[in-house]
Design a protein around this ligand. Structure first.
Ligand code: PMT
Length: 221
């Protein structure tokens, strides 16, 4: 534990899965529970940081002494992250953000009828939040992403750390039920911009979060 390593630092953490509405009663989303991001917010707060947690859908309780901003869609998340990032020292993006949203949101509940046995959803790309806020990144700001992958974990994570110009990426294998989305445990590889890698054992998400916070304090602050 590093009780004071982040004293005076402003840390913004994102968590949970965005919901992209289709009509007033339906949405597209993913399996993110928020557990990983909430654990990171808790760890950073315990380490002395002033923490803002920007949370898409999650039913978890907010950690003590953490400022919570609730959002619904990727667009809401972008607005909230842009604002919070301006004065942040560290941004940690563990939220699972929809890459696409329905191109049209129906005002009324979409009805089935005897002649529509098939339906096609027209989807449009959401902005990439890390890439967007990365354009305003100052030299002393630290940006950390996650990479949720079902295959070619390290190769895909390496592509994302470059494309998104990150200081570190947390590569997360999400092909197994026991780690990744919605589980209490996780196993990740911390990948740095210089190519260094640290692979963890299977540990609780809180232990992984503590490790991440310690690494940030040691390597970047
Ligand atoms: O919430 P839990 O149930 O505890 O599960 C944790 C988790 C599996 C969700 C988490 O550990 C994780 O891997 N989060 C990242 C999920 C994800 O969407 O990853 P990605 O590989 O699609 O995206 C790469 C990075 O870009 C992520 O940091 C993501 O937040 C960010 N992103 C993605 C899309 C987008 N439009 N804008 C972004 O900034």
């Amino acid at each position: 534990p590093v009780p004071t390593a982040l004293t005076g630092k402003k840390v913004v953490v994102t968590a949970g899965g965005t919901r992209e509405p289709l009509d007033p009663v339906r949405y597209l989303t993913n399996h993110s529970s928020g557990k990983m991001g909430y654990a990171i917010a808790h760890a950073a707060q315990l380490a002395g940081a002033e923490v803002t947690l920007i949370s898409a859908n999650s039913s978890l309780q907010i950690p003590n002494h953490v400022r919570l901003i609730k959002v619904e869609t990727a667009a809401d998340m972008l607005t909230a992250v842009q604002k919070a990032f301006q004065s942040a020292d560290v941004l940690i993006m563990s939220a699972a953000i929809a890459d696409f949203r329905p191109a049209h949101v129906a005002d009324r509940k979409i009805k089935k009828s005897t002649d529509n046995q098939r339906m096609t959803l027209d989807l449009i790309r959401n902005p990439d939040i890390l890439e967007t806020v990365g354009q305003t990144k100052q030299k002393d700001q630290v940006m950390i992403g996650f990479a949720a992958e079902t295959n070619d974990l390290i190769m895909n994570a390496q592509k994302k750390i470059k494309a998104k110009n990150l200081d570190m990426i947390v590569a997360n294998d999400v092909s197994k039920k026991t780690i990744g989305f919605n589980s209490d445990n996780n196993q990740v590889t911390f990948l740095f911009a210089n190519g260094d890698q640290i692979k963890t054992d299977v540990e609780s998400k809180q232990q992984i979060a503590n490790r991440l916070v310690r690494l940030i304090a040691d390597k970047f602050l």
